[in-house]
Design a protein around this ligand. Structure first.
Ligand SMILES: Cc1cc2nc3c(=O)[nH]c(=O)nc-3n(C[C@H](O)[C@H](O)[C@H](O)COP(=O)(O)OP(=O)(O)OC[C@H]3O[C@@H](n4cnc5c(N)ncnc54)[C@H](O)[C@@H]3O)c2cc1C
Length: 338
């Protein structure tokens, strides 16, 4: 095949699962791809953190997405590849009920080392800039010029925007990109739950039974997980708590100590041990309450720009991945027809 004299380029804003999958597919098709993310690490809401203690070891906490499920055959083939590569494994088929082992036939997957490690695996062959927050972009001549908070500039033929939809709308506004009113209205309807997470390093193993996660539908907790039993925290008794969306909304401004006290107290029967250290994280956009209803939204004027992420078709990891795939497929078609 003749080598292309002019390689198309794409800047992907956001290094969560959606952006990383889009970037991977585009790069495989010889598009020059750069991924930028405002976070310190890659992965977005597939987030993992460590708390190290001289006496009680190192706790590894998945504190965003806890697991993921698969319904779509395209996504299944990505997951099967990750399993072969040793990056993903089945966590359980048990549906995280607190009083009995129940299965609804669904498989719950997790990253072998952590959920963030799936993102790190995808990012290893990509050109990625972290700590890089995009503040605006502009179509100049025949390319996008993208400005970051640190006054760097990136240029590209096409953009993929993958932040949660309210943040994408903010970026479009700052960049003075007009959307048709009905499209804007549909995007504004996508609102997200908030979620406060507490990461607690315990002195002793927790009382959370195997396989290490419990869905709690009461207040104030919606989920509790033992990362040691999950298998990602072999040297520390690391427990993740997720507050319900109601508690998170109501107590968003409360100070960390008061939040942790309430949530740890509510979890005490599952902890059964002293808390050595804790951290609180606030997810302003955890999971969408509603979605846009199509896998992506594309603009062709003033230049090629595609929006994707979990707010488009399915409010979870699989939905984000499928939306990223759809964004890449759309761009490949449109680059070819240029
Ligand atoms: C507490 C919690 C629990 C969850 N539990 C589950 C679960 O158990 N199962 C499941 O399937 N899903 C779960 N989810 C949802 C799942 O994590 C998300 O659906 C999925 O990870 C979203 O991926 P994404 O790529 O669309 O977005 P994100 O992962 O949010 O990626 C977007 C990225 O864009 C970056 N960004 C934003 N603005 C800018 C900017 N201006 N410049 C540069 N970068 C920017 C962000 O830093 C972020 O990394 C959970 C989420 C949370 C928070």
């Amino acid at each position: 095949m003749a080598e292309k004299s002019c390689q198309s380029s794409c800047l992907v804003i956001g290094g969560g699962i959606s952006g990383l999958i889009a970037a991977t597919v585009l790069q495989r098709h010889n598009i020059h791809v750069t991924v930028v993310d405002k976070g310190r690490g890659i992965g977005g809401r597939m987030a993992t953190r460590r708390i190290r203690h001289p006496e009680y070891g190192e706790g590894v906490f998945d504190y965003g997405a806890q697991y993921f499920t698969v319904t779509d055959s395209k996504f299944q083939s990505w997951v099967d590849t990750w399993i072969q590569e040793g990056v993903v494994q089945e966590w359980t088929r048990d549906c995280f009920s607190h009083n009995q082992h129940l299965s609804n036939g669904e498989v719950y997957y997790r990253g072998v080392n952590s959920n963030r490690s799936i993102a790190q695996h995808l990012a290893q062959n990509l050109n990625v800039y972290t700590n890089t927050k995009v503040v605006s972009f502009e179509w100049q001549g025949d390319r996008w010029q993208v400005k970051t908070e640190n006054n760097e500039t990136f240029s590209a033929d096409a953009l993929v925007l993958t932040p949660p939809i309210p943040q994408t709308l903010e970026l479009l506004e700052r960049s003075q990109i007009q959307l048709a009113p009905q499209l804007r209205h549909r995007l504004e309807q996508v609102v997200y739950h908030r979620c406060i997470a507490v990461l607690a390093l315990l002195e002793q193993p927790s009382m959370i039974p195997s396989p290490g996660g419990i869905k709690l539908d009461g207040e104030p907790l919606s989920w509790i997980a033992c990362n040691y039993k999950k298998g990602i925290s072999p040297q520390g008794n690391a427990v993740t708590l997720h507050a319900s969306s109601k508690f998170s909304e109501t107590n968003w401004e409360m100070d960390n100590l008061a939040i942790a006290n309430q949530l740890l107290e509510a979890a005490s029967e599952w902890l059964g041990s002293q808390v050595i250290e804790f951290q609180v994280h606030r997810w302003r956009f955890s999971q969408p309450q509603t979605v846009y209803g199509e896998p992506l939204l594309a603009l062709t004027k003033p230049g090629l720009l595609v929006m994707s992420g979990d707010g488009f078709i399915q409010p979870n990891v699989e939905g984000a991945a499928l939306s990223g795939l759809a964004a890449a497929e759309y761009l490949l078609k449109n680059f070819q027809s240029k």
